[in-house]
Design a protein. Structure first.
Length: 285
């Protein structure tokens, strides 16, 4: 399920890049959130028999939803200027950055290995992107903005995991996105895009919903420490999609960078799993 979810996420990014120059960002994201909310509402009604799921932490849900919208906007703007593979490479740094930031926020000492893994992850991303090869390197600030907002998004998501159900969290993120973007929509409303563009946009929105639902389902059967390494499969999926749809050249440096990012992320996940297991053993001792 996790591998299939990453394929859907790569499909989402590819579709967003395909329509990025034809459909305004606010309108594209509004359509995506409408479809996500509709999918979630149907699931909530079938599983819980109500239209609105319970939210024990409404304040955190709103904050998470705003971070979700911000990340999506940065992602859409990123895909106007960088390839799907390059964008995915930056975003795959998130787990390593989260582990270091959480340690800081918890006032814990960051182990030297964490810093090494962060450095390896950054090196891998630079190898994939090679900023000096871009004529407009400042555009890379968009994916970096997405990385920062997504980092805090995941930290808030982790805190909500013990409070509200994944389906509830997914529903309210989509609903808040619809509400926020509906306020801005009249200014950016446009129907000039072709039927093909709208079809691709709808396909991307469905892919996003399917990916999130599959990922939520996967977390019901396995812990994050087991699933996270599989999330890095999105990198080769995204690179392949960029080559297939946009004829984006793939060279040896791209594969080296992908390997470094996957290695750093996987080792970091295993390290976190071991630390939690050792802590649990001490509590039970």
């Amino acid at each position: 399920m996790t591998v299939l979810a990453t394929a859907f996420f790569a499909m989402l990014d590819t579709s967003m890049q395909y329509v990025a120059t034809a459909i305004p960002v606010v309108m594209a994201l509004w359509v995506r959130y409408c479809i996500q909310t509709a999918f979630s509402a149907v699931a909530v009604y079938r599983l819980e028999g109500r239209l609105l799921p319970k939210a024990k932490e409404p304040g955190l849900q709103i904050f998470r939803g705003l971070l979700f919208v911000l990340t999506s906007i940065f992602a859409f703007l990123s895909l106007r200027h960088v390839s799907v593979g390059e964008f995915a490479a930056v975003m795959m740094m998130t787990p390593v950055v989260v582990s270091v930031l959480v340690a800081f926020l918890s006032r814990e000492a960051v182990r030297p290995l964490r810093w090494v893994l962060l450095a390896v992850s950054v090196a891998g991303t630079i190898t994939v992107i090679r900023p000096g090869s871009h004529t407009i390197s400042w555009m890379l600030l968009y994916p970096l903005g997405a990385l920062v907002s997504n980092t805090f998004f995941l930290i808030v998501t982790s805190r909500l995991a013990s409070k509200d159900t994944p389906l509830s969290t997914h529903f309210y993120s989509g609903l808040l996105g619809v509400i926020v973007l509906s306020i801005l929509l009249p200014r950016y409303w446009s129907v000039d895009a072709s039927a093909l563009m709208w079809s691709v946009l709808a396909l991307g929105a469905v892919a996003a919903s399917c990916g999130h639902i599959l990922l939520v389902s996967a977390y019901q059967y396995a812990p994050a420490s087991v699933l996270t390494p599989y999330l890095y499969i999105q990198l080769p999926f995204a690179t392949f999609a960029g080559w297939l749809v946009f004829a984006k050249a793939v060279d040896i440096f791209t594969f080296i960078g992908i390997g470094l990012i996957i290695a750093a992320g996987t080792i970091g996940t295993l390290l976190t799993h071991r630390e939690r297991r050792n802590f649990q053993n001490l509590k039970n001792f």
